[in-house]
Design a protein around this ligand. Structure first.
Ligand code: LHQ
Length: 266
C-alpha cells in the first residue's frame, strides 16, 4: 500500500516554522487527524524557543474549508453521533487559545478560500497576508451553525460589529480586495508572490526581539477587555520584563554604536 501523505506538513526554515494544512482535495477541510496534528504542532511551536515566527498556510488552491462536513455527516450516522460543543471544546478551542496566547508572531498566509472554522483559523493568527485569489467566508450559517472557533470574538474587533454581523448572517464570500479594505487582512499580493512575501515578513519577524513581540501581543490581547488605567499599569509591568531582556540592552547599545542590532529573541 502506498504511504498516505501527512495531513499536516511541518517545515522549518531558520527560526520560521510553517504549518501547512495538506488535504488539498477537500480544500484542507479539518478532519480529526488534521485537527489532532494541528493541535500538537501549535503546542510544539509554542514550546520550542528556536521557533521565533510561525506561519499557517494551506496546500493546493484552498487555505482551509473548515470542519470536514463529510466527517460530520458520517458521524451523525454512527452509533456515537458527534456532539458539536464537545468537539469544539476538545479539538478547536485549544488550538485557537494557543494561537492567541503564544508569545511569538503568527502569520496566516492565506493562499485560497478560508471558510467556516478555516476563516476562524486565519482570524486567530496575528497577521494575515492574502493571495489575490483568496477569500473569506463565515460559512457557518450555510450549514445552520453559529460562527465558532473565535470568529464571534475576533471578527467584530477587526472589521466592526455591523460588518461582522453581515458576514455571519449571510455567509457571503469576501474577496481578498474587500478583506484588505475592511481591515480583515494586512496585505494582498499576487498569487505567485504569496510564498515570497510570506517568507520576507516571516524572516523579518523571526529576527526581531521575540520576547518584546510576545509581550506586545499579550498587552494588545489584554487591552480588549481592560480600562485605560489598568492597561497603563499592565504596560508598565510588561516593560519591566522587557527591560530585563538581552534584546533590549542589545537594541540600545546597537543604536548608540550606529550598527544593526543582533537580536537573539531573549
Ligand atoms: C469539503 C469541504 C468541507 C468536506 C469543500 N468538508 N469537504 C462545524 C462543526 C463542528 C465543530 C466545529 O466547527 C464547525 C465549523 C465549521 O467549519 S462549519 C463550516 C464548514 N465549512 C463549510 O460549510 C464550507 C463548505 N465548503 C464550501 O462552501 C465550498 O467548498 C467553498 C466555498 C469553501 C469552496 O467552493 P469551490 O471553490 O466551488 O470548491 P468545491 O465546493 O468544489 O470544493 C472542492 C472539494 O472540496 C469538493 O469535493 P469534490 O470531491 O466534489 O471535488 C468539496 O466537497 C470539498 N470540500 N469544503 N468543509
Amino acid at each position: 500500500m502506498p504511504e498516505m501523505p501527512a495531513k499536516l506538513l511541518i517545515e522549518n526554515d531558520g527560526a520560521v516554522r510553517t504549518l501547512r494544512l495538506n488535504r488539498p482535495e477537500s480544500l484542507n477541510a479539518l478532519d480529526d487527524d488534521l485537527l489532532k496534528a494541528l493541535g500538537r504542532a501549535v503546542a510544539d511551536a509554542d514550546k520550542d524557543n528556536a521557533v521565533r515566527c510561525v506561519v499557517v498556510t494551506g496546500a493546493g488552491r484552498g487555505f482551509c474549508s473548515g470542519q470536514d462536513l463529510a466527517d460530520v455527516a458520517a458521524r451523525y450516522k454512527s452509533s456515537e453521533p458527534i456532539e458539536l460543543g464537545s468537539h469544539l471544546r476538545e479539538r478547536y478551542n485549544p488550538i485557537i487559545t494557543r494561537l492567541r496566547t503564544m508569545e511569538k508572531p503568527i502569520i496566516a498566509s492565506v493562499n485560497g478560500v478560508a471558510a467556516g472554522a478555516g476563516c476562524s483559523l486565519a482570524l486567530a493568527c496575528d497577521i494575515r497576508i492574502a493571495a489575490e485569489s483568496a477569500s473569506f467566508i463565515e460559512a457557518f450559517v450555510n450549514v445552520g451553525l453559529v460562527p465558532d472557533s473565535g470568529s464571534t470574538f475576533i471578527l467584530p474587533r477587526l472589521v466592526g460589529v455591523a460588518r461582522a454581523m453581515e458576514m455571519a448572517f449571510t455567509g457571503r464570500k469576501v474577496t481578498a480586495a474587500e478583506a484588505l479594505q475592511i481591515g480583515l487582512v494586512n496585505q494582498v499580493v499576487p498569487d505567485d508572490q504569496l510564498a515570497a512575501a510570506t517568507k520576507k515578513l516571516a524572516d523579518k519577524l523571526a529576527g526581531l526581539p521575540t520576547r518584546a513581540i510576545g509581550l506586545a501581543k499579550r498587552a494588545i490581547n489584554a487591552a480588549w477587555h481592560a480600562d485605560l488605567e489598568t492597561q497603563l499599569d499592565y504596560e508598565a509591568m510588561l516593560q519591566t520584563t522587557a527591560g530585563q531582556t538581552h534584546d533590549h540592552r542589545e537594541g540600545v547599545t546597537a543604536f548608540l554604536e550606529k550598527r544593526p542590532a543582533q537580536f537573539r529573541g531573549d
